[in-house]
Ligand binder design. Structure first.
Ligand code: PRT
Ligand code: ZN
Length: 219
């Protein structure tokens, strides 16, 4: 009997909502605390709880068939690893909304993205930032940082940042000004773009039909 594996974030901004939407699809899991693998009861879908950054790679490597992750991370990993392809967004889930924005120090007199040509931009999303700026004809030096991106201009290690923003309070606290929104993101259900065996595809179709019902009821 075929089973599907879904990877979700173990603990973070997307965890509760990810688990919640799967439960509302009627999935039940047997699990013990701190275990990273939750066995699906009633319906043959199991859960893997991991760092969000690992989810796109796990899908590309065939470790699981489904994953819930921010579009920002899915796009970054696809660009980094796979020429921008390899994962299919099956359904946007309506939570985890944020934007990837280019921000500059408040006192820097800069009015357009074009003025950032050749400048250093600190970001946790170097491939996505380069691609989005490239679409606008702007080439920058991406300075990759895994966290605390917003302090880079103050430290003098970058001229600007490209970072996720939701309320904007982190930017304000660091005297940064949002110059332009590069990309709007939310949590989405992804699968590898390669076809699944028939039995798994049938399971996936059943799950997607339930998901559609759940999401439409919530709208
Ligand atoms: O441990 P793990 O690697 O799994 O988690 P993580 O710490 O990398 O990720 P987490 O839980 O912080 O975020 C998971 C996902 O939530 C992101 O990939 C986005 O898709 C989504 N999301 C939504 C956000 C935000 N909103 C957000 N505001 N991710 C991060 N932020 C950060 C942002 O980087 C900045 O530092 O919040 C700060 C800005 O918030 P405001 O409200 O001050 O603008
Ligand atoms: Zn992460």
């Amino acid at each position: 009997m075929s089973r599907l594996r879904v990877a979700i974030q173990k603990s973070g901004r997307l965890s509760d909502r990810s688990l919640g939407v799967l439960k509302r699809c009627g999935l039940r899991f047997a699990h013990s605390k701190d275990k990273l693998f939750w066995f699906g009861q009633d319906f043959p879908v199991d859960l893997l709880l991991v760092r969000d950054d690992d989810i796109p790679r796990m899908l590309l490597d065939g470790v699981c068939e489904l994953g819930i992750v921010g579009e920002n991370i899915a796009r970054e990993v696809m660009l980094e690893r796979n020429g921008g392809t390899g994962l299919t967004c099956l359904r946007k889930l309506g939570f985890g909304q944020c934007r990837l924005s280019l921000a500059v120090p408040e006192d820097l007199e800069i009015g357009s993205l074009q003025e950032l040509q050749g400048k250093r931009v600190a970001t946790s999303y170097p491939a996505l930032t380069r691609a989005l700026l490239g679409e606008q004809g702007v080439t920058v030096q991406a300075v990759e940082l895994s966290g605390s991106v917003e302090i880079a201009p103050g430290l003098g290690t970058a001229d600007a940042i490209s970072d996720l923003v939701s309320t904007g309070s982190t930017l304000r606290a660091n005297h940064l000004r949002e110059l332009e929104v590069l990309f709007r993101s939310q949590a989405a259900l992804y699968s590898p773009s390669t076809p699944l065996p028939d039995e798994k595809q049938q399971l996936l179709d059943r799950l997607l039909a339930r998901l559609e019902g759940v999401l439409q009821a919530a709208e």
